[in-house]
Structure formats: C-alpha cells, structure tokens
Design a protein around this ligand. Structure first.
Ligand code: PGA
Length: 247
C-alpha cells in the first residue's frame, strides 16, 4: 500500500451557486464512507465561506490565490483571506489561468509560496499542450514547468502536484494509463531529486476528463495519488463514484 493517501479534489471552475452547495452533503457522506481518501471541493471564491459551513468534513479550497499578503491588487484574493474564509486548500497554476491570465511559472511559484506559507494544501498544476505531446516534447515541457513552478522549500501546508495535460481538460480525451504512469514517474523522479525523501511523500494527482468510468483505472497507475476533477465534480451523482474509485 502506498504511504500516500489518495486525494480527490473537485474544481468547480466558474460554476456553482448557493443552491448547488446541496451537492456537498452526499459528497461528504461518500467521503466518510470511503475512509482513507481525502476529498476536497474548490468552488468559486464567493461560495467558499458558505461551502465551509456545509462541508461535512470535506476540505474546501480555492482555485487561485494572489502571491501578496494584501495591498493594491484590485479583484484579487490573498491566501490569508482564503484561510480566514475557512479554505484549507488552494489550486495554483491551473492551465486555464496560465492561458487566460498569462500566468508564468515564476508567478505560479510565488503563489504556491504564499499559499503554503498560509498553511494551505497547495496544488501546483502542470501539463503539456497537444502540440507539445505530438512533438514528443511532453516530458521535458512538463518537468521544466514543474521546476519553475515549485518553491525551493516550505515549512507549512502541504505541497501537492497535479498533472493535467491541457488537451485532456474538458475535452473527454483522457491520457492512457501508460502515458499517465510515464509522466507521473518522471514527476516523482524530479520531486525526489529536488526534495529528497520529502519528494517521495508529495502527492501527484492526475487531472483531465476524469470520470466515473475511467477513474479506477487511472487511480491504479503507479504514482497516481488521486485526481483533480473538473466537470464531473459539479454533481454528487458524477463525483461520488470517482471518490469511491479512489478507495
Ligand atoms: P475536467 O477538468 O475534469 O473537466 O477535464 C479538470 C481540471 O481542469 O482540473
């Protein structure tokens, strides 16, 4: 058995509503039943505080945070603010933010440092584009992205890595178990080279079109410590079987 507990996190992206928080109840029930699996949900910022009151033991998180503690950054939210709202987790460097907001590896690293310093479980996302995979460049691209996006050290919180091939996000295309295993092995090697034994304890999630019908196979791959789930995390009906697959 792996020393690393499985972690399954739902990323609601710019979806969800107060009424939609009713989905948390059955998800929390299944998380309790699936003992040994950590389960989180990341709703939009505006729903975090309300989600915390209805979490039923789920880890509630955010989809981003600013790298500074406070200041003149209109529209942004700091890690300390997330913590005060009750969040225990933050995703940083999601490919949609890298693409839509032009986030660089250096910025993602600064955000990861801020989230970790606030004591948050911090999921740093990396992944290659379809063109990069077709060119056979994916291992180099992703390990370079990882190197640039990770902090050198952290004293608080927990570092988690998510491998999310951009071409698999929201497309229904899933990387094959062999491709996932190959990438996760490369990420593990990079983490151990950088952090020693501690790198062996960093959980590495797979994300990109994880669904009820492919989750079990993906979660069985070596060095896949759980999943980051977008579309299929919006309803308990779709998300619960994925949590169960992680048992
Ligand atoms: P998806 O999204 O499961 O809808 O492909 C995954 C993600 O972006 O984290």
């Amino acid at each position: 058995m792996s020393l690393r507990r499985k972690l399954v996190v739902g990323n609601w992206k710019m979806n969800g509503s107060l009424a939609g928080l009713a989905e948390l109840g059955p998800i929390a029930d299944s998380a309790r039943d699936a003992g040994g699996v950590d389960v989180g949900i990341c709703p939009p910022f505006t729903l975090i505080a309300a989600a915390v009151t209805r979490s039923g033991g789920l880890t509630i998180g955010a989809q981003d945070c600013h790298q500074a503690a406070s200041g003149a950054h209109t529209g942004c939210v700091s890690a300390a603010m997330l913590k005060e709202a009750g969040a225990k987790l933050a995703i940083v460097g999601h490919s949609e933010r890298r693409a839509d907001q032009g986030e660089s590896d250096a910025l993602v690293r600064a955000k990861a440092e801020a989230a970790l310093a606030a004591g948050l479980i911090t999921i740093v996302c990396v992944g290659e584009s379809e063109a990069e995979r077709e060119a056979g460049d994916h291992l180099r691209v992703v390990t370079d992205m990882l190197a640039g996006s990770l902090p050198d050290d952290w004293a608080e919180g927990e570092l988690v890595v998510a491998y999310e091939p951009v071409w698999a996000i929201g497309t229904g295309k899933v990387a094959t178990p062999a491709d996932v295993a190959q990438m996760h092995a490369a990420l593990r090697e990079a983490l151990v080279a950088r952090y020693g034994d501690r790198g062996g304890r960093v959980r590495i999630l797979y994300g990109g079109s994880v669904k009820a019908d492919n989750a079990a196979e993906l979660f069985r791959c070596p060095d896949v410590d759980g999943g980051l789930v977008g579309g299929a995390s919006l309803t308990a009906a779709q998300f619960v079987p994925i949590v169960e697959a992680a048992r």
